[in-house]
Design a protein around this ligand. Structure first.
Ligand code: PMP
Length: 401
């Protein structure tokens, strides 16, 4: 008998499992709105022109080799990533108070940051929003932190529960870590206003709560890299410390390249360099050093003015297409006279709409309409096209009537 005979089958991942189910469905009308991956109007994955260009340039450069990167990754990539999120003229970057390490996309950056905090920070409790991306509690628990939630979403208004958020952070123990979605909150698509961010900042600084930003969608929410980075920059501008996990999966379409960065903004250059020395001790036994290709693509684009500009144009096109899908879906439900107030579809921001559909309605839409989405009613707007909006609107209409 196998020495593994006792092992139970684990359930599929709640998000990636949606794609597994979708792939098994032979229906020609099936539609996958589960995973957050951008699709064109033709429903195809997109490789940005500027990414193709950068890859060509890398291939043509015969001096490039496949040696190991340092433990912290590609130096250019790290510097440019810090400037991208904190601003080109960020004083924290200029004063060398920021340590940035290349990690395995957003997830890997969160994990490395979590493990660093579990080893070296005095407070082991991290507060995550309710709800949040399903992987957050798992990543931080396995990193060795203790996870608690703060109120975030109000189902009644399909908006922010700002009062609840302030109360919960206000009663968190001094020094606790707080995970904040930098923009385009996943799964709700609900972000605080800039005025609300300012109140959150004041409250958190007054209680010495440590901000850990998850920036998985910079540029994807509004179409502007700077606008989407503003909450992070507000926290850095006050001189206080914070962590930021960045992902290039969505905004450069580099999902499978696994390219991201963890930055820790410190009070002094000396602290930052000691922090970096300890980050290396977290990374070395975990995966030794990060992969070279994706980071080279990103660095090539970020350091070349023309390529950078072309990237911002392509990024805005993706963001605008998603925004137009919101309007189309909203109009389609209006046209059908679907009961309910669907204005949250156009008010929410980023890749997802938190529809408010319950798990039975979702199951109905999958069974009868071959539409795949997570059971919490989240749909990826990036997976929709003008051609598929009517089918989705029919399904939602049937599910709620
Ligand atoms: N954080 C959030 C909020 C996300 O939505 C995602 C991607 N779905 C990630 C982090 C990490 O993604 P990746 O590891 O692919 O960069």
């Amino acid at each position: 008998d196998s020495v593994f005979a006792h092992i139970d089958r684990a359930p599929e991942d709640p998000i990636l499992g949606v794609t597994v189910a979708y792939n098994k469905d032979p229906s020609p009308i099936k539609l996958n709105l589960g995973v957050g991956a951008y699709r064109t109007e033709e429903g195809k994955p997109l490789v940005l022109n500027v990414v193709r260009q950068a890859e060509q340039q890398l291939v043509n450069d015969r001096s490039r080799v496949k040696e190991y990167l340092p433990i912290v990754g590609l130096a250019d990539f790290n510097k440019l990533s810090a400037k991208l999120i904190l601003g080109a003229d960020s004083p924290a970057v200029q004063e060398n108070r920021v340590t940035t390490v290349q990690c395995l996309s957003g997830t890997g950056s969160l994990r490395v940051g979590g493990e660093f905090l579990a080893r070296h920070y005095h407070q082991l409790t991290i507060y995550i929003p309710l709800p949040t991306w399903g992987n957050h509690p798992k990543v931080f628990t396995l990193a060795g932190l203790s996870v608690k939630t703060y109120r975030y979403y109000d189902p009644a208004t399909r908006g922010l529960n700002f009062q609840g958020l302030l109360e919960d952070l206000g009663s968190a123990p001094s020094g606790a870590i707080v995970l904040l979605h930098a923009c385009a909150h996943n799964p709700t698509g609900v972000d605080p206003t800039i005025q609300q961010w300012e109140q959150i900042r004041q409250l958190m600084r007054s209680k010495s709560l440590l901000p850990f930003f998850d920036s998985a969608y910079q540029g994807f929410a509004s179409g502007s890299l700077d606008a989407d980075a503003q909450p992070v920059r507000m926290f850095v501008a006050d001189g206080g410390e914070c962590l930021v996990a960045q992902s290039y999966a969505k905004n450069m379409g580099l999902y499978g390249e696994r390219v991201g960065a963890l930055s820790i903004v410190c009070k002094t250059a000396d602290v930052a360099s000691r922090v970096e020395s300890q980050l290396k001790l977290v990374i070395r036994p975990m995966y030794s050093n990060p992969p070279i290709h994706g980071a080279s693509i990103v660095a090539t684009i970020l350091k070349d003015r023309d390529m950078y500009n072309e990237w911002t144009i392509e990024l805005k096109e993706m963001a605008d297409r998603i925004i137009s899908m919101r309007q189309k879906l909203f109009d389609a439900l209006r046209a059908r006279g679907t009961p309910g107030d669907w204005s949250h579809i156009i008010k929410q921001i980023g890749m997802f709409t938190f529809t408010g559909l319950n798990s039975e309605q979702v199951a109905f839409m999958t069974r009868e309409y071959h539409i795949y989405m997570t059971s919490d009613g989240r749909i990826s707007m990036a997976g929709l096209s003008s051609k598929t909006v009517p089918h989705l609107a029919d399904a939602i209409h049937a599910a709620v009537t």
